[in-house]
Every structure is written in C-alpha cells, then in structure tokens.
Design a binder for this molecule. Structure first.
Ligand code: DGL
Length: 266
C-alpha cells in the first residue's frame, strides 16, 4: 500500500492533514514539515522550488502515490513546475479567492496569505480571473507564521498582527476573509474575535481534502477501505519539538517523529 505525501514548511499543513485524515481514514499519510527552512513566506521562489523538488524526490523514494502540497506559498512557487517534472498526481492549494468573490455581498474581500503567495504569478492570475468587480484587500501578516511555529497561538503578538491586518479591512467593509496560509486556521479563534460574527471566514482545507479524494478516485488509487490508515510524521528540523507541536495542534500525544535523512546534506 503506497502512502500519500503531504508537506508544508512547518506545522501549517497539519490544518489540512486533519481534514485529509477525516475524509480518507483508510489512507496512509506521510506528513513532512520542512522546519529546517520555515518560514517559506519570505523566501525566493527559486529556493522554495528547490525545497519542493527535494521533498518530492524524498516522497518518491517512499513510493508515494500522490502528493498534497499543504502550503499555499509552495503551491504558488512550485506546483506547475513539479507537475511538469514529476510523474505523480499533485494536489495544490491557493487562497480561496474564487469562493470569496462568489459569496461576498459587500463586494469586498480580505485575503490573509504570505508575502511569497501575494508576489507570485499564480496569485496574480487567480485574482485577475476570479476577482473581477470585487475589491481585494491583502495582508501578509508578517511575523504570524513564526508565532504559530513557536506554539504561541494566543499571544499579544498574534493579536497585534491580526488586528493590524484586519482593522483596515473591516473599516473598508470586507464581509469575507480568506485564510490563504495553512498556518492561519490555528489562530482562527483570534481572527473570529476580531472580525465578529458578521464576517465569514474561509479555510480551504476541507475543499482540498475533497479534491484529494477525487484525484485518488480518478487515478484508481484509493486505499482498501477495510484497512485502517495511519500517519507518519517527519521533520527536517528537530524531532522532539515537532512531537510537542503535533500534540498541541492535533491533540495526538506521544507520536513518533522522524527526522528526514537528507536534512544533514543541506
Ligand atoms: N503554511 C504556508 C502557506 O500555506 C507557508 C508558511 C510559511 O512558511 O511562511 O503558505
């Protein structure tokens, strides 16, 4: 039985993994956190492409049958190239501009994503195509990913960063906010506390899990539903802190965490 590779710069993709696991409980997942290089958001596209190629090769060595890029920044930089270079089905992510533009009543939407995602051609094409007639407010939430990686989900810094990002959007009449970085669902309570109940918040993770299921079905790759699935956790950073993060963010205690073998070469 071949696994599904899932990767992110760090813990963000765990917000996608929990939906993948719920929707596809018979699958074997290998979650790779590239914590040796987190955050991706402030890195060049060339660097992110290089990391994503290395991770894809690593997953191929594990005989992965499909790869989910549980990271908007890596999808923006590398997804098209990876699809050209590797013969394995990929599921990528992008900020949910299209559903936000479809559902807004005020014609104003707010997107929270990383600087790398906003700077990408892929994002420019996405907004040009789907956000016509809609005003899009963007904020890169500088410093938020490191806070979440450090396990500080409710710190004064998190409140400050999100307040600074969301206050101008709210003042402008935004009624829909997109979580365009997979780390951000872990600070959803703070986002909700700031925007209140009149603003809807979109986390694309459930849609990504559904899309993964469709891709597996199309390629006849679904696991035998009579067998229970599992998850293997791997990091390019230190293993022990990652195990604590998994416990904090997914509620899984005493998980075995491995360190990726190729980390020492880089
Ligand atoms: N979680 C990632 C994303 O969805 C990137 C975070 C980062 O490393 O900057 O964009």
């Amino acid at each position: 039985m071949s696994p599904i590779g899932v990767f992110d710069s760090g813990v963000g993709g765990l917000s996608v993994l929990r939906h993948l696991w719920a929707q596809l409980p018979a699958e074997q997942f290998v979650y790779l956190a590239d914590q040796g290089h987190v955050p991706y958001g402030s890195r060049s596209a060339a660097e992110i492409i290089q990391f994503s190629q290395g991770i894809t090769q690593f997953f191929q060595q594990l005989n992965a049958k499909a790869i989910v890029i549980a990271c908007n920044t890596a999808s923006a930089a590398a997804l098209s190239l990876l699809r050209e270079q590797f013969d394995v089905p990929f599921v990528g992510m992008e900020p949910a501009v299209k559903p936000a533009a479809q559902q807004t009543q005020s014609g104003k939407v707010g997107i929270l994503a990383t600087g790398g995602t906003f700077a990408s051609d892929r994002y420019a094409r996405l907004t040009a195509r789907y956000a016509q007639g809609v005003t899009v407010w963007e904020d890169p939430c500088v410093g938020l990913v490191p806070e979440i990686e450090a396990g500080r989900l409710d710190s004064p810094a998190v409140h400050h960063i999100l307040q600074q990002a969301l206050a101008p959007m709210l003042a402008a009449g935004v009624d829909t906010v997109v979580l365009g970085c997979t780390h951000y669902p872990f600070v959803l309570p703070v986002v909700k506390g700031i925007v209140g109940t009149a603003v809807s918040i979109i986390d694309p993770a459930p849609a990504v899990a559904r899309q993964t299921s469709v891709v597996l079905q199309k390629n006849s790759l679904l696991a035998d539903a009579s067998q229970p699935g599992n998850v293997r956790f791997i990091t390019t950073g230190p293993a022990e802190p990652f195990a604590r993060q998994i416990e904090q963010l997914l509620g899984l205690a005493d998980v075995a965490v491995e360190t990726a073998v190729w980390h020492s070469n880089r």
